[in-house]
Write a protein that binds this ligand. Structure first.
Ligand code: SF4
Length: 385
């Protein structure tokens, strides 16, 4: 379990279940929930399922029974992140500026950069993380479409991560005075609420997410494992640059549990995208120092603070020592993530029809004016510690 790897000092989990119960019982509030990719492959462990069991449908059914007005999927916003970050990568590859582009969906990594490599903040993608993007779309696009007052909306994110609680409070992650995300619950807190409500989780009939912000592609699903963001980005960036559909979309070179994985993808024009995938902040520091000294060059870097990525985030079910010796937790949960990818109808972010609809009805184009206003952010140089 990666609590000790959490670089924002969130070693003690702050309990937000009371806040969420209060919002759910307030008839003036419109309470919307979203769940990250890594939740559905771990929540079942809290209800006696073997590690690596996917419980997506039961999770949605439980969230509905808890009384949320809409149940959306962070995987949708992971697709949106790929549209925005992929476009950012293409434009940086074209201009040659601020390379390597570094992912920004892990708040532990972002804060690590702010403290330790403040002179390289321009390399971070300006994209908000997926749940913040989803929150921003709920309070703008969805609110407008449904005729709901954004001020009455309470956005709740179910995350595998204690650092996301800090991220949700960053004042730059807001629009017109409203935070994108109001409360973050961990997987363990969600399990606690399901138990408190007396819901018989194992006997629930599976349900599906609400739309228009509830359909995620397989590319969005793999964000939960180390290498997933890079693979999802490459699926889209390659097709956009090649101008044709690809059949072989699984990039095994960025999968697996090596701490630093390198990959070179050749584009149809002969140019190459050099990618590094890193998990664990010790490995990240090592690579950053090699980049600074000029010994290494990359175009694109994915970093996840937790070893294994979000599947073993600090908010996931606790695994006892005996099970940890018997089972490779990172591997089992990641296996379920890749199964989820294979089970989905759409496996590339840009093919998600609801993503296409969001751009045509509301955002215009990726990296366009409105997208910049609602989906991008900036970072703060912080003191070294
Ligand atoms: Fe949170 Fe995932 Fe980053 Fe861990 S890897 S700190 S769970 S976002």
């Amino acid at each position: 379990q990666c609590i000790s790897a959490c670089p924002v000092g969130a070693l003690t989990e702050r309990d937000n279940t009371h806040d969420v119960w209060k919002a759910l019982s307030d008839p003036t509030k419109y309470v919307v929930v979203q769940a990250a990719p890594a939740i559905r492959v771990a929540l079942g462990e809290e209800f006696g399922y073997p590690m690596g069991t996917r419980v997506t449908g039961k999770m949605v059914a439980a969230l509905r029974k808890l009384g949320f007005d809409k149940v959306f999927d962070t995987n949708f916003a992971a697709d949106l992140t790929i549209m925005e970050e992929g476009t950012e990568l293409i434009s940086r590859l074209t201009s040659g500026e601020n390379l390597p582009l570094m992912t920004s969906c892990c708040p532990g990594w972002v804060k690590f950069m702010e403290h330790n490599f403040p002179d390289m903040l321009d390399n971070l993608s300006t994209c908000k993380s997926p749940h913040q993007m989803e929150g921003a779309m709920i309070k703008s696009y969805f609110a407008q479409k449904e005729g709901v007052d954004p001020k009455s909306i309470v956005n709740v994110s179910i995350m595998p991560c204690t650092a996301k609680k800090f991220e949700g409070e960053r004042e730059e992650l807001s629009n017109e005075g409203l935070q994108d995300v109001d409360y973050v619950l961990t997987t363990r807190e969600l399990a606690q609420m399901i138990k408190e409500a007396g819901i018989d989780f194992r006997n629930l009939t599976g349900d599906t997410f609400d739309n228009p912000l509830g359909l995620g592609s397989g590319a969005g699903a793999i964000f939960g494992a180390t290498g997933g963001v890079a693979e999802a980005a490459l699926r889209t960036v390659y097709e956009v640059l090649a101008g044709k559909d690809l059949d072989a979309i699984e990039y095994s070179a960025v999968r697996g549990l090596d701490g630093i994985k390198e990959n070179e993808l050749e584009l149809p024009n002969g140019k190459k995208i050099k990618t590094a995938v890193i998990h664990g902040l010790g490995n990240a520091r090592q690579v950053m120092e090699l980049i600074q000294s000029g010994e290494k060059h990359y175009d694109f870097i994915e970093v996840m603070a937790c070893p294994g990525g979000c599947v073993t985030g600090g908010g996931q079910p606790i695994v006892n020592a005996k099970t940890q010796t018997a089972v490779n937790v990172k591997q089992e949960r990641a296996k379920a993530i890749y199964e989820e990818d294979q089970s989905l109808q759409f496996r590339k972010s840009h093919k998600n029809p609801y993503i296409q609809m969001l751009y045509s009805e509301f955002l215009g184009k990726p990296n366009g004016h409105l997208a910049h206003e609602l989906l991008h952010t900036h970072y703060v140089k912080r003191a070294k510690h």
